[in-house]
Design a binder for this molecule. Structure first.
Ligand code: MN
Length: 245
């Protein structure tokens, strides 16, 4: 089946050499579903960790090659940073044929204004995380990180992951989901009635009332025990979630 006339959205693949099955699944998805499509948007956390564009996992090289061949064959690939791979920069983007996107990014999707986000900024009740995010995303922090030796950056990434796991363990579930008021605020501010994001690992289609209109929020799945995507065409969007067996 050809992907022409369709646009694919994925996020939270968390690719790493430690989970080769997810990587293989992703490459098959690129070849079987995405090839020939109008575009592929990766909405963050493509990688489990990213210490800089000298990231030395094999999955980084293999993924660049797969995405580059997709882009070279005529399907543009766009990448938005997630909280795991926010250090991914222009060198790796060029190697992979990806165009970097700001978060949020607004696009005209077959005539419907649509907002794309990773989704972490929507979890507005998680005050501690939002403060951490502001610190590590600051351009000065990022410039500093880039100049650290690779072994230091590996260690920092491990510490950040461990810290995030223990912080999550102590937080109520609703704090780690998006805040509905924040969704409505962003939709209104950006003047869109459709939002696609990841991050929460809670794939779904939600409706939010904004100034008397029912607006759509699509949450794309993670790629652990399941995998999937949101796909849109001129008629609308759909969510596909499959088991990873
Ligand atoms: Mn995330």
């Amino acid at each position: 089946m050809t992907g022409a006339g369709r646009t694919f959205f994925v996020a939270d693949l968390h690719l790493t050499d430690e989970r080769p099955a997810a990587t293989g699944r992703f490459f098959r998805f690129l070849q079987d579903d995405v090839a020939g499509a109008d575009a592929l948007y990766i909405l963050g956390d493509l990688f489990e960790a990213w210490i800089g564009d000298d990231h030395d996992e094999r999955v980084a090289h293999d993924t660049a090659r797969q995405l580059k061949s997709l882009a070279d064959a005529g399907t543009p690939v766009y990448f938005m940073h997630g909280n795991r791979d926010f250090m991914l920069a222009s060198r790796y983007a060029a190697q992979s044929g990806m165009t970097l996107l700001a978060d949020p990014a607004r696009l005209d999707l077959y005539g419907t204004p649509t907002l794309l986000m990773h989704g972490d900024t929507l979890c507005a009740d998680d005050i501690a995380y939002q403060a951490f995010r502001r610190r590590v995303r600051h351009p000065l922090t990022r410039a500093l990180l880039r100049h650290l030796p690779r072994s230091w950056r590996h260690r920092l990434a491990r510490q950040a992951r461990a810290g995030s796991t223990s912080a999550k363990a102590g937080k109520p579930a609703e704090i780690m989901d998006v805040k509905a008021e924040e969704v409505v605020r962003v939709l209104r501010e950006q003047q869109v009635c459709r939002l696609i994001h990841g991050h929460t690992h809670r794939p779904a289609r939600h409706l939010h009332a904004v100034d008397g209109r029912d607006c759509e929020r699509w949450v794309v799945p993670d790629w652990y025990a399941r995998w999937g995507y949101v796909v849109c065409d001129a008629a609308g969007c759909a969510l596909t979630v499959e088991n990873s067996d």
